[in-house]
Design a protein around this ligand. Structure first.
Ligand code: AFP
Length: 343
Protein backbone atom coordinates (compact mmCIF):
# COMPACT_ATOMS: atom_id res chain seq x y z
CA UNK A 1 0.00 0.00 0.00
CA UNK A 2 1.42 3.37 -1.04
CA UNK A 3 2.26 5.66 1.84
CA UNK A 4 2.19 2.87 4.40
CA UNK A 5 4.60 3.61 7.26
CA UNK A 6 6.12 0.53 8.90
CA UNK A 7 7.94 0.93 12.19
CA UNK A 8 10.54 -1.52 13.38
CA UNK A 9 8.39 -3.00 16.11
CA UNK A 10 5.66 -4.11 13.72
CA UNK A 11 8.27 -5.35 11.24
CA UNK A 12 9.84 -7.58 13.91
CA UNK A 13 6.42 -8.92 14.93
CA UNK A 14 5.58 -9.73 11.29
CA UNK A 15 8.90 -11.55 10.87
CA UNK A 16 8.40 -13.52 14.08
CA UNK A 17 4.93 -14.51 12.87
CA UNK A 18 6.69 -16.49 10.12
CA UNK A 19 7.66 -18.88 12.93
CA UNK A 20 4.45 -20.39 14.36
CA UNK A 21 6.36 -21.75 17.38
CA UNK A 22 7.84 -18.36 18.31
CA UNK A 23 7.13 -17.30 21.88
CA UNK A 24 7.75 -13.59 21.32
CA UNK A 25 10.88 -13.57 23.50
CA UNK A 26 13.18 -12.59 20.65
CA UNK A 27 10.76 -9.81 19.70
CA UNK A 28 10.84 -8.47 23.24
CA UNK A 29 14.61 -8.72 23.38
CA UNK A 30 14.91 -6.67 20.20
CA UNK A 31 12.52 -4.08 21.61
CA UNK A 32 14.82 -3.71 24.62
CA UNK A 33 17.69 -3.25 22.22
CA UNK A 34 15.81 -0.56 20.30
CA UNK A 35 15.12 1.34 23.51
CA UNK A 36 18.80 1.24 24.49
CA UNK A 37 19.87 2.33 21.03
CA UNK A 38 17.54 5.34 21.03
CA UNK A 39 19.05 6.49 24.31
CA UNK A 40 22.59 6.00 22.96
CA UNK A 41 21.64 7.90 19.77
CA UNK A 42 20.45 10.82 21.88
CA UNK A 43 23.75 10.91 23.78
CA UNK A 44 25.75 10.63 20.53
CA UNK A 45 23.94 13.70 19.21
CA UNK A 46 24.95 15.57 22.34
CA UNK A 47 28.55 14.31 22.21
CA UNK A 48 29.95 17.63 21.06
CA UNK A 49 28.43 19.22 24.14
CA UNK A 50 29.72 16.60 26.55
CA UNK A 51 33.04 18.34 27.11
CA UNK A 52 31.34 21.68 27.68
CA UNK A 53 28.86 20.17 30.10
CA UNK A 54 31.60 18.10 31.74
CA UNK A 55 33.88 21.07 32.17
CA UNK A 56 31.24 22.96 34.09
CA UNK A 57 30.45 19.90 36.18
CA UNK A 58 26.94 19.38 34.80
CA UNK A 59 25.11 16.10 34.91
CA UNK A 60 23.07 14.59 32.10
CA UNK A 61 19.28 14.31 32.20
CA UNK A 62 19.42 11.31 34.52
CA UNK A 63 21.55 13.11 37.04
CA UNK A 64 24.58 10.98 36.11
CA UNK A 65 27.94 12.58 35.63
CA UNK A 66 28.75 13.00 31.96
CA UNK A 67 30.54 9.80 30.95
CA UNK A 68 32.65 8.73 28.08
CA UNK A 69 30.28 7.67 25.31
CA UNK A 70 31.60 4.15 24.88
CA UNK A 71 31.23 3.47 28.59
CA UNK A 72 27.75 4.98 28.49
CA UNK A 73 26.73 2.77 25.54
CA UNK A 74 28.09 -0.33 27.28
CA UNK A 75 26.16 0.33 30.47
CA UNK A 76 22.94 1.27 28.70
CA UNK A 77 22.88 -1.91 26.59
CA UNK A 78 23.92 -4.12 29.48
CA UNK A 79 21.25 -2.78 31.82
CA UNK A 80 18.43 -2.56 29.29
CA UNK A 81 18.95 -6.07 27.95
CA UNK A 82 19.51 -7.82 31.27
CA UNK A 83 16.36 -6.80 33.09
CA UNK A 84 13.50 -8.50 31.26
CA UNK A 85 14.48 -12.15 31.58
CA UNK A 86 15.33 -12.87 27.93
CA UNK A 87 19.04 -13.57 28.33
CA UNK A 88 21.23 -16.16 30.04
CA UNK A 89 24.42 -14.10 29.57
CA UNK A 90 26.08 -11.40 27.46
CA UNK A 91 29.56 -10.63 26.18
CA UNK A 92 30.92 -7.35 24.91
CA UNK A 93 33.97 -5.98 23.19
CA UNK A 94 34.34 -3.68 26.19
CA UNK A 95 34.41 -6.39 28.87
CA UNK A 96 37.18 -8.94 29.36
CA UNK A 97 34.94 -11.65 30.82
CA UNK A 98 31.50 -12.95 29.96
CA UNK A 99 28.75 -10.79 31.52
CA UNK A 100 26.41 -12.76 33.81
CA UNK A 101 22.81 -11.67 34.31
CA UNK A 102 22.46 -10.00 37.74
CA UNK A 103 20.84 -12.20 40.41
CA UNK A 104 17.75 -10.02 40.76
CA UNK A 105 16.65 -10.73 37.17
CA UNK A 106 15.18 -13.83 35.56
CA UNK A 107 17.21 -15.88 33.09
CA UNK A 108 16.19 -16.56 29.48
CA UNK A 109 17.21 -18.64 26.50
CA UNK A 110 19.21 -16.10 24.48
CA UNK A 111 22.81 -14.86 24.45
CA UNK A 112 23.55 -11.26 23.46
CA UNK A 113 26.97 -10.31 22.04
CA UNK A 114 27.81 -6.73 21.18
CA UNK A 115 30.26 -3.99 20.36
CA UNK A 116 28.63 -1.02 22.10
CA UNK A 117 30.41 1.76 20.25
CA UNK A 118 32.38 0.78 17.19
CA UNK A 119 34.80 3.38 15.82
CA UNK A 120 34.98 5.22 19.10
CA UNK A 121 38.25 6.93 18.13
CA UNK A 122 36.15 8.78 15.52
CA UNK A 123 33.87 10.38 18.12
CA UNK A 124 36.11 13.36 18.73
CA UNK A 125 36.20 14.24 15.02
CA UNK A 126 32.46 13.95 14.44
CA UNK A 127 32.60 10.93 12.13
CA UNK A 128 29.98 8.14 12.09
CA UNK A 129 30.17 5.50 14.80
CA UNK A 130 28.05 2.43 15.41
CA UNK A 131 26.78 -0.43 17.57
CA UNK A 132 26.98 -4.05 16.41
CA UNK A 133 24.95 -6.93 17.87
CA UNK A 134 24.50 -10.67 17.59
CA UNK A 135 21.93 -12.98 19.18
CA UNK A 136 22.45 -16.70 19.77
CA UNK A 137 20.37 -19.39 21.47
CA UNK A 138 21.61 -20.95 24.69
CA UNK A 139 23.01 -24.42 24.06
CA UNK A 140 24.11 -25.56 27.52
CA UNK A 141 21.81 -26.95 30.24
CA UNK A 142 20.86 -24.92 33.33
CA UNK A 143 19.71 -21.34 33.76
CA UNK A 144 22.97 -19.42 33.69
CA UNK A 145 24.85 -18.91 30.48
CA UNK A 146 28.32 -20.38 30.09
CA UNK A 147 31.26 -19.60 27.88
CA UNK A 148 30.20 -22.32 25.40
CA UNK A 149 26.94 -20.42 24.84
CA UNK A 150 28.96 -17.46 23.57
CA UNK A 151 31.50 -19.48 21.60
CA UNK A 152 29.19 -20.59 18.80
CA UNK A 153 29.92 -20.20 15.09
CA UNK A 154 28.22 -17.32 13.31
CA UNK A 155 25.98 -19.76 11.44
CA UNK A 156 24.07 -20.27 14.68
CA UNK A 157 23.08 -16.61 15.02
CA UNK A 158 19.32 -16.07 15.18
CA UNK A 159 19.62 -12.31 14.75
CA UNK A 160 22.37 -9.84 13.90
CA UNK A 161 22.70 -6.26 12.86
CA UNK A 162 24.10 -2.86 13.55
CA UNK A 163 23.18 0.72 14.25
CA UNK A 164 24.97 3.57 12.53
CA UNK A 165 24.99 6.98 14.19
CA UNK A 166 25.66 9.11 11.14
CA UNK A 167 23.96 11.97 9.32
CA UNK A 168 20.88 10.01 10.33
CA UNK A 169 20.58 7.09 12.74
CA UNK A 170 19.90 3.78 11.03
CA UNK A 171 19.28 0.31 12.40
CA UNK A 172 19.92 -2.57 10.01
CA UNK A 173 19.01 -6.09 11.10
CA UNK A 174 18.40 -9.63 9.96
CA UNK A 175 16.49 -12.48 11.55
CA UNK A 176 17.58 -14.79 8.75
CA UNK A 177 14.88 -13.57 6.34
CA UNK A 178 16.75 -10.88 4.45
CA UNK A 179 18.18 -7.60 5.68
CA UNK A 180 16.07 -4.56 6.49
CA UNK A 181 17.08 -1.01 7.30
CA UNK A 182 15.21 1.52 9.45
CA UNK A 183 15.88 5.22 9.86
CA UNK A 184 15.17 6.96 13.13
CA UNK A 185 12.61 9.71 12.74
CA UNK A 186 13.65 11.93 15.65
CA UNK A 187 10.38 13.86 15.59
CA UNK A 188 8.34 10.79 16.56
CA UNK A 189 11.14 8.73 18.12
CA UNK A 190 10.52 5.71 15.86
CA UNK A 191 12.67 3.67 13.54
CA UNK A 192 10.79 3.59 10.21
CA UNK A 193 11.38 1.11 7.42
CA UNK A 194 13.46 3.00 4.86
CA UNK A 195 15.48 0.18 3.22
CA UNK A 196 13.34 -2.96 2.86
CA UNK A 197 15.07 -6.15 1.72
CA UNK A 198 18.55 -4.71 1.13
CA UNK A 199 20.44 -6.54 -1.63
CA UNK A 200 24.13 -5.86 -2.03
CA UNK A 201 25.05 -5.32 -5.71
CA UNK A 202 26.91 -8.34 -7.17
CA UNK A 203 29.87 -6.08 -7.91
CA UNK A 204 30.89 -2.60 -6.83
CA UNK A 205 33.44 0.02 -7.72
CA UNK A 206 34.95 0.99 -4.38
CA UNK A 207 37.40 -0.79 -2.09
CA UNK A 208 37.98 -0.10 1.57
CA UNK A 209 41.20 -0.98 3.39
CA UNK A 210 43.78 0.76 5.57
CA UNK A 211 46.33 1.52 2.84
CA UNK A 212 48.79 2.64 5.50
CA UNK A 213 49.43 -1.03 6.17
CA UNK A 214 50.25 -1.80 2.50
CA UNK A 215 53.92 -2.50 3.26
CA UNK A 216 52.93 -5.37 5.56
CA UNK A 217 50.19 -7.01 3.47
CA UNK A 218 50.43 -10.62 2.36
CA UNK A 219 51.24 -11.13 -1.30
CA UNK A 220 47.65 -11.96 -2.31
CA UNK A 221 46.14 -8.83 -0.75
CA UNK A 222 48.89 -6.65 -2.24
CA UNK A 223 48.38 -8.15 -5.71
CA UNK A 224 44.61 -7.79 -5.49
CA UNK A 225 44.71 -4.10 -4.47
CA UNK A 226 47.24 -3.46 -7.23
CA UNK A 227 44.84 -5.12 -9.69
CA UNK A 228 41.98 -2.92 -8.46
CA UNK A 229 44.04 0.16 -9.30
CA UNK A 230 44.76 -0.82 -12.88
CA UNK A 231 42.78 0.93 -15.56
CA UNK A 232 40.12 -1.18 -17.23
CA UNK A 233 36.85 0.73 -17.72
CA UNK A 234 35.01 -2.45 -18.71
CA UNK A 235 35.47 -3.80 -15.18
CA UNK A 236 35.03 -0.40 -13.49
CA UNK A 237 38.74 -0.22 -12.71
CA UNK A 238 40.40 1.61 -11.19
CA UNK A 239 38.15 1.22 -8.16
CA UNK A 240 37.84 4.23 -5.84
CA UNK A 241 39.21 4.01 -2.31
CA UNK A 242 36.88 4.79 0.60
CA UNK A 243 37.95 4.24 4.22
CA UNK A 244 36.19 5.77 7.21
CA UNK A 245 37.92 3.70 9.90
CA UNK A 246 34.59 2.84 11.54
CA UNK A 247 33.75 -0.72 10.56
CA UNK A 248 30.00 -0.16 10.66
CA UNK A 249 30.25 2.84 8.34
CA UNK A 250 32.57 1.10 5.87
CA UNK A 251 30.43 -2.05 5.79
CA UNK A 252 27.18 -0.08 5.55
CA UNK A 253 28.43 1.83 2.51
CA UNK A 254 29.60 -1.46 0.98
CA UNK A 255 26.22 -3.07 1.65
CA UNK A 256 24.29 -0.29 -0.04
CA UNK A 257 26.64 0.58 -2.94
CA UNK A 258 28.53 -2.67 -3.42
CA UNK A 259 32.28 -3.19 -3.41
CA UNK A 260 34.63 -4.68 -0.86
CA UNK A 261 35.87 -4.00 2.68
CA UNK A 262 39.09 -5.67 3.81
CA UNK A 263 40.82 -5.95 7.15
CA UNK A 264 43.21 -8.71 6.15
CA UNK A 265 45.33 -11.20 8.09
CA UNK A 266 48.48 -9.13 7.75
CA UNK A 267 50.03 -7.22 9.39
CA UNK A 268 47.59 -8.77 11.93
CA UNK A 269 43.85 -9.26 12.24
CA UNK A 270 42.18 -6.55 14.30
CA UNK A 271 38.46 -7.25 14.19
CA UNK A 272 36.73 -9.43 16.76
CA UNK A 273 34.93 -12.52 15.55
CA UNK A 274 32.04 -12.47 18.01
CA UNK A 275 31.23 -8.76 18.13
CA UNK A 276 32.18 -7.56 14.64
CA UNK A 277 32.99 -10.18 12.00
CA UNK A 278 30.24 -12.76 12.66
CA UNK A 279 27.26 -10.38 12.88
CA UNK A 280 28.37 -8.36 9.86
CA UNK A 281 29.03 -11.58 7.93
CA UNK A 282 25.47 -12.72 8.62
CA UNK A 283 24.11 -9.37 7.45
CA UNK A 284 26.26 -9.51 4.29
CA UNK A 285 25.25 -13.06 3.42
CA UNK A 286 21.58 -12.37 4.08
CA UNK A 287 21.87 -9.43 1.65
CA UNK A 288 23.33 -11.72 -1.02
CA UNK A 289 26.99 -10.86 -0.34
CA UNK A 290 29.99 -12.76 1.00
CA UNK A 291 32.30 -12.66 4.01
CA UNK A 292 35.59 -14.54 4.22
CA UNK A 293 38.89 -14.51 6.06
CA UNK A 294 40.56 -15.10 2.70
CA UNK A 295 40.52 -18.84 3.08
CA UNK A 296 37.34 -19.65 4.97
CA UNK A 297 33.77 -18.47 5.35
CA UNK A 298 33.52 -16.26 8.43
CA UNK A 299 30.20 -17.83 9.55
CA UNK A 300 31.83 -21.28 9.71
CA UNK A 301 34.53 -20.32 12.21
CA UNK A 302 34.12 -21.99 15.59
CA UNK A 303 35.31 -19.44 18.18
CA UNK A 304 37.83 -20.58 20.76
CA UNK A 305 37.88 -17.45 22.92
CA UNK A 306 35.68 -14.43 23.58
CA UNK A 307 37.99 -11.83 22.09
CA UNK A 308 39.33 -13.84 19.15
CA UNK A 309 40.39 -11.67 16.23
CA UNK A 310 39.98 -12.72 12.61
CA UNK A 311 40.68 -11.27 9.17
CA UNK A 312 37.50 -9.91 7.57
CA UNK A 313 36.86 -9.40 3.88
CA UNK A 314 33.23 -8.63 3.16
CA UNK A 315 31.09 -7.23 0.37
CA UNK A 316 29.83 -7.95 -3.14
CA UNK A 317 30.08 -11.59 -4.12
CA UNK A 318 32.12 -11.02 -7.29
CA UNK A 319 34.57 -8.73 -5.53
CA UNK A 320 35.05 -10.95 -2.47
CA UNK A 321 35.38 -14.11 -4.58
CA UNK A 322 38.04 -12.41 -6.64
CA UNK A 323 39.92 -11.31 -3.49
CA UNK A 324 39.81 -14.88 -2.25
CA UNK A 325 41.23 -16.08 -5.52
CA UNK A 326 44.17 -13.68 -5.26
CA UNK A 327 44.66 -14.50 -1.58
CA UNK A 328 44.91 -18.19 -2.30
CA UNK A 329 47.54 -17.46 -4.94
CA UNK A 330 45.31 -18.10 -7.94
CA UNK A 331 45.51 -16.33 -11.24
CA UNK A 332 41.76 -16.66 -11.82
CA UNK A 333 41.22 -13.15 -13.16
CA UNK A 334 43.62 -13.67 -16.04
CA UNK A 335 42.12 -17.09 -16.81
CA UNK A 336 38.57 -15.78 -16.74
CA UNK A 337 39.48 -12.77 -18.84
CA UNK A 338 40.97 -14.87 -21.63
CA UNK A 339 42.48 -11.79 -23.19
CA UNK A 340 39.19 -9.88 -23.15
CA UNK A 341 38.13 -7.11 -20.84
CA UNK A 342 36.31 -8.40 -17.82
CA UNK A 343 32.85 -7.44 -16.79
P1 AFP B 1 38.25 2.13 17.27
O1 AFP B 1 36.96 1.71 17.94
O2 AFP B 1 39.44 2.10 18.17
O3 AFP B 1 38.11 3.44 16.55
O4 AFP B 1 38.55 1.00 16.18
C1 AFP B 1 37.66 0.87 15.11
C2 AFP B 1 37.89 -0.46 14.44
O5 AFP B 1 37.80 -1.51 15.37
C3 AFP B 1 36.88 -0.67 13.31
O6 AFP B 1 35.67 -0.01 13.51
C4 AFP B 1 37.61 -0.19 12.09
O7 AFP B 1 37.20 -0.80 10.90
C5 AFP B 1 39.05 -0.52 12.40
O8 AFP B 1 39.16 -0.48 13.83
C6 AFP B 1 40.03 0.46 11.83
O9 AFP B 1 41.31 0.03 12.15
P2 AFP B 1 42.61 0.80 11.59
O10 AFP B 1 42.67 2.11 12.31
O11 AFP B 1 43.75 -0.12 11.95
O12 AFP B 1 42.45 0.94 10.11
Amino acid sequence: MKGKVVNIQSHIVQTQNLHPDATGTLTNLLWDLIMAVKIIAREVRRAGLADILGSIGQANVHGDDVKKLDQFAQERLEEQLAMNGHLCCMASEERTEMIPIPREYNRGKYVFLFDPLDGSSNIDVNISIGTIFSVLKKVTPGEDGRLEDCLQPGLQQVAAGYVIYGSSVMLVYTLGHGVHGFTLDPTIGSFLLSHPDIRIPAKGKTYSINEGNAGAWDAGTAKYVQWLKQKDPASNRPYSLRYVGTLVADVHRTLINGGIFMYPASPKPKLRLLYEASPLAMVAEQAGGMATTGKERVLDIVPTELHQKVPLVVGSTEDVARYQDFFLGGDGPQKQAKGKSER
